[in-house]
Design a protein around this ligand. Structure first.
Ligand code: HAM
Length: 436
């Protein structure tokens, strides 16, 4: 038997969680003025080298690269930001009248990581990117958007960690301070850190091997090397978060594992008790020079991405209710004449927006009633040859046990009428007038 590839999985029984999360992602994105964008699952390899960064773990160790039959080097997207930035430039979204351009996306990302709890090789993200606003209120808005999404999912006990990297001058000053700090310690740190020391000292801070090394723990803080303007930006982000009632923690060790960030960076975490060490369910920040560095016009930007697997693991622990699979009506059929009529009735009901289903395996009545239970059907309509001749079905309300004959012509209206009675609890129905 051919099995799924390591680090991947099939979504079967959990699909209700994904749909509930996606529904809230679409809904909350609209509230914040974000519109959906869909970009390819693979891009030119260079895109990630030039954006996420050569020295990051993602690019140096984790990308899925392949040469296609035309000799091009492709990379399966390890994250969404770079592709959205490329699309922003290529489609000239910067010339659109609506500013900022606010986009969100849902989809699979691919990283060749060591699989463990909460870490996969194919995982899904809900991400958002806002292009064109440099003001600190845009940093705060993106964090508020992420938190509102979690509130909609009723996820409790989340912590928003924020930090400031500053712009170019602050980052250069910080790199220098890190080099000075690590100079006497780098000799007893891992080989990767020694390489990082030469190429990008900030990457030492997210080393997984040396994460408990005293030199990492005592490293200088970004915040102490910010220019006055960058400090003011960060102070203002905090003011906006406070005014919107978004609690946050200042986390001096937070530098993020991707190179493109400037100014505000953030992560949203749930407790380690819930998810273990992979407890960051969301990461993001400002990236004011990425568009420019990919040959677009200078455009400030800020964004986030949630990992859906981690989020769903946390929702499960919180007993988040998913939409229950549901059918409005299940036809219990006896005989071939009745089967033909049942299909006529079902098609009409479906066209009218009802979820109708039936047996296709010629099961006996007991088997068909069992199926109606598995389908969680609110009504069962029993139809045999006698009912076809009499022009009516026997409609059984599975909730009340009430059973009444209903004429074919009025079946649709009768079911709709009963579904809209105040006692109905259907949560998964788009039928007009139906109580949600
Ligand atoms: P990231 O921190 O690399 O940021 O990923 C965002 C989230 O994706 C993480 O917080 C985590 O929940 C999830 N994630 C990452 N890797 C895995 C994995 N191997 N398995 C399961 N989940 C994973 C970014 O991707 C940036 N593009 C975020 C961003 C958008 N920054 C600005 N705009």
């Amino acid at each position: 038997m051919i099995r799924r590839m390591k680090g991947t999985y099939d979504i079967t029984t959990d699909i209700g969680y994904y749909q509930a999360v996606e529904k809230q992602a679409h809904r909350v994105s609209k509230l914040y003025g974000f519109k959906e964008i869909r970009t390819p699952h693979f891009e030119a390899r260079d895109l990630y080298h030039r954006s996420v960064g050569e020295d990051t773990d993602i690019v140096s160790k984790e990308t899925y690269d392949f040469e296609d039959r035309g000799g091009r080097i492709n990379t399966l997207r390890p994250e969404g930001t770079a592709g959205v930035v490329r699309a922003f430039i290529e489609n000239k979204l910067y010339a659109e009248k609506e500013i900022p351009q606010k986009k969100y996306y849902l989809g699979s990302m691919f990283r060749y990581e060591r699989p463990q709890k909460g870490r996969f090789r194919e995982f899904r993200q809900f991400g958002a990117e806002s292009f064109g606003a440099a003001h600190p209120s845009a940093d705060a808005e993106i964090i508020a958007y992420a938190v509102t999404f979690l509130r909609a999912l009723k996820l409790k006990d989340v912590k928003v960690h924020i930090n400031a990297l500053g712009d170019k001058d602050s980052k250069i000053a910080y790199q220098k301070a890190l080099k000075d700090h690590f100079k006497d310690h780098i000799g007893d740190m891992c080989r990767d850190c020694q390489k990082r020391y030469k190429e990008n000292a900030m990457r030492i801070l997210d080393c997984k091997v040396d994460k408990d090394h005293h030199a990492i723990k005592s490293a200088p803080k970004t915040i102490d090397l910010l220019t006055d303007a960058d400090k003011a930006h960060f102070e203002s982000v905090k003011d906006y978060l406070e005014v919107m009632n978004i609690p946050f923690i200042i986390d001096h060790n937070l530098v993020r594992g991707l190179d493109y960030y400037t100014h505000t960076v953030f992560e949203i975490k749930v407790s380690e008790a819930l998810l273990g060490s992979q407890n960051a369910i969301c990461g993001g920040g400002r990236y004011n020079h990425l568009v420019e560095s990919l040959e677009g016009p200078a455009t400030p930007a800020v964004g986030f991405a949630f990992g859906l697997e981690r989020l769903i693991m946390a929702l499960k622990e919180n007993n988040y209710p998913t939409d229950t699979p549901y059918a409005h009506i299940y036809m219990v059929i006896m005989g071939e004449k009745a089967r033909l009529k049942a299909h006529d009735l079902m098609q009409k009901m479906r066209l009218g927006g009802l979820m109708a289903d039936a047996d296709y395996l010629q099961k006996n009545i007991k088997g068909q009633f069992k199926q109606s239970e598995h389908k969680n059907a609110r009504f069962v309509a029993i139809i045999g040859d006698a009912e076809v001749d009499g022009g009516a079905v026997n409609l059984k309300d599975q909730k009340t046990g009430e059973e009444t004959p209903v004429a074919f012509e009025t079946l649709y209206a009768e079911v709709v009428e009963r579904l809209t009675r105040p006692t109905h609890e259907c949560q998964d129905c788009d039928h007009k007038g139906e109580k949600k």
